[in-house]
Ligand binder design. Structure first.
Ligand code: IMP
Ligand code: MG
Length: 208
């Protein structure tokens, strides 16, 4: 269950698709690399949860694309639920967390797979995990698409990691800046001028 190494060409020069060139400085992970990695994560999860009936919990909003792709490769009996978390912040910093949607399914005695888009400081997972633990699941494992270990402030070690990335603010494939760019099919780094432009008009509440 240890995180796999990054793809060989991770960080290599990949051209930004023309329609995103104005906003995106570089592509960090392509849609093909994401798809391949998710398939292998799914195989790993299937092996670990063989014979189990699992509850997958996705943290809104950033996991929507990731979890949609992951669970369609999981040939296991599963149920899906969501927890909504938002942080008040500027768009690049994690502020105070607010729960915007509570869990609906009963997880008592169940195997839970908790999915998040990115593990950064660890503040989000360290707030969410106790909320689930209190409901007495049999076991909780965590699965994150991206891990930025250099910024960790809380002691959280994810069970499944898609990609370990350097300390850069990334967008795309569900991840946002000021609620935008979730729809990019790849994961990329924004051009600096975008931060300045959008931050001026950014709303205060920022979806996780
Ligand atoms: P943490 O609480 O600091 O671990 O951060 C987790 C949340 O912060 C994620 O679910 C994201 O919503 C957000 N986040 C952290 N880093 C990034 C990033 O590079 N791009 C977009 N969102 C991020
Ligand atoms: Mg976010």
């Amino acid at each position: 269950m240890r995180p796999k190494p990054n793809p060989k060409n991770f960080g290599a020069k990949i051209p930004v698709p023309p329609r995103w060139r104005r906003d995106v400085e570089k592509v960090l992970i392509t849609d093909r690399q994401i798809a391949r990695r998710i398939k292998s994560l799914a195989r790993q999860i299937e092996r670990d949860y063989q014979g189990r009936d699992i509850v997958v919990i996705a943290l809104l909003n950033g996991t929507v694309l990731f979890l949609a792709d992951l669970i369609r490769h999981l040939s296991l009996p599963l149920r899906l639920d969501f927890i909504g978390v938002s942080s008040y912040g500027t768009g690049v910093t994690s502020g105070d967390l607010v729960f915007t949607k509570e869990l609906r399914l009963d997880v008592r005695g169940r195997d839970v797979l908790l999915g998040d888009d990115i593990l950064d400081t660890g503040k989000t997972l360290s707030r969410v995990l106790p909320k689930i633990k209190i409901l007495k699941p049999r076991r909780i494992r965590t699965c994150v698409l991206l891990d930025k270990p250099t910024r960790r402030m809380e002691k959280i070690v994810p069970d499944y990691v898609g990609f370990t990335i350097p300390d850069a603010f990334v967008v795309g494939y569900g991840l946002d800046f000021a609620e935008r760019y979730r729809n990019l099919p790849f994961i990329g780094v924004l051009r600096p001028h975008i931060y300045h432009e959008l931050r001026e008009g950014a709303g205060l509440i920022h979806g996780a």
